[in-house]
Design a protein around this ligand. Structure first.
Ligand SMILES: *[C@@H]1O[C@H](CO)[C@@H](O)[C@H](O)[C@H]1NC(C)=O
Ligand SMILES: *[C@@H]1O[C@H](CO)[C@@H](O)[C@H](O)[C@H]1NC(C)=O
Length: 345
């Protein structure tokens, strides 16, 4: 992860002094990383063409699903349906090939039998208990996980940078934390798990970004039985929208709830138990807790590490948060980036 993030940050698009839309760059990074996690394909033309189709598919998420849209390829929804077919087709080819490889190897994957760690998501699915996933189910799995890993994590990265830029004291403290880690390691030594574990302030920044940003604003649920809550009854069969934003920005739970204040996570015992108390659920909860919650934290932490130790930046235009239909910034957060002179990229 560290090597990949570094490589991506050093990519030629980030000229020594360049204006970029951070959200776009973050999306390229997370897309490349997610594809690698899912199917072990290194960034290249295949990933790039997949990404182009993928963008169309995402555009269709919040468009009007005209009946017979598939006959109307000029509508956003029609385009999205077409794009889904292409993305699914590309993934299906990869999965097919991997299934064939597995069959040739007499049902086992590769020569390192008995190893514990799976190399990617496809392997995880191929080796699933009972091996009962169909090809189509695996394709669908990979497609969904691509959305989950790609869209949300890139928004989280962008919002963290925006909030930090607007809160100079927090940015300064974060820089210090990462400069210390850098100083303790030799030049260009990759980050390790122990380094990730010594970024306590970074974790506060990430929690606070999740709380204020509300990248997933809530979830839909259906009542399986009559549910009594306070003076209300939610009748069986009703669909409800559980608003995370409503809880995360509630001043009963968080003082000055709308202010970005990462330090609140340092001092509050109550917040250490925020998950148990159901007042902090950025990744959902229960059996449907987001399986990628730790991965997202790692990716964002490493991204922030390289960003603050190697670059300085300033906003080039004012940009603001919007929440509908999805959380993002209106202009994709345009910033001017400068490589810090002493850093070696
Ligand atoms: C992601 O991979 C593509 C190739 O698939 C590459 O062109 C692009 O530069 C990579 N993204 C970043 C941010 O490096
Ligand atoms: C951040 O939130 C997680 C729950 O998602 C919690 O376990 C952790 O203690 C919080 N971190 C800090 C520094 O408070």
């Amino acid at each position: 992860m560290d090597a990949a993030a570094l490589l991506l940050l050093a990519a030629a698009v980030w000229e020594p002094s360049a204006t970029v839309r951070l959200l776009d760059e973050a999306k390229k990074i997370t897309f490349n990383l997610t594809v690698k996690q899912l199917v072990s394909i290194e960034p290249g033309p295949w990933t790039e063409s997949l990404r182009r189709e993928y963008v169309k598919l995402i555009d269709g998420f919040f468009s009007i699903p005209f009946p017979l849209a598939y006959l109307l390829p000029f509508t956003t929804y029609g385009q999205a349906l077409k794009a889904r077919k292409k993305v699914a087709g590309a993934l299906r080819e990869v999965i097919k090939k991997r299934m064939e490889e597995k069959a040739e190897n007499g049902g086992s994957i590769g020569d390192d039998e008995g190893k514990k760690e799976k190399k990617d998501m496809v392997e995880e699915l191929l080796e699933a208990e009972g091996g009962s996933f169909s090809e189509e189910e695996m394709v669908d799995f990979c497609l969904s996980l691509l959305v989950a890993g790609y869209e949300t994590t890139s928004v989280l990265m962008t919002l963290a940078v925006k909030f930090l830029t607007e809160t100079p004291a927090a940015l300064a403290e974060l820089k210090e934390e990462h400069a210390n880690i850098r100083d303790m390691k030799g030049e260009n030594q990759p980050l390790e798990w122990s380094d990730y574990k010594s970024m306590p302030f970074t974790q506060c920044v990430i929690n606070e970004t999740l709380r204020v940003g509300n990248i997933i604003s809530g979830v839909f649920r259906r009542a399986n039985t009559d549910i009594h809550y306070k003076d209300y009854t939610i009748p069986k069969g009703c669909k409800i929208f559980a608003s995370f934003r409503g809880v995360h920005l509630n001043s009963e739970h968080y003082e000055n709830a709308r202010t970005f204040n990462p330090w609140r996570w340092q001092i509050s015992d109550k917040l250490q138990n925020a998950v148990g108390a159901n007042i902090f659920t950025p990744f959902g909860g229960g059996p449907r807790l987001c399986p990628g919650y730790e991965l997202a934290r790692v990716v964002v932490s490493i991204f922030l590490h390289h960003l603050v130790t190697r670059f300085s930046w300033e906003e080039t235009e004012e940009d603001k948060l919007v929440f509908f239909p999805t959380t993002r910034t209106l202009k994709g957060y345009p910033i001017n980036l400068r490589l810090l002179s002493e850093s070696i990229c």
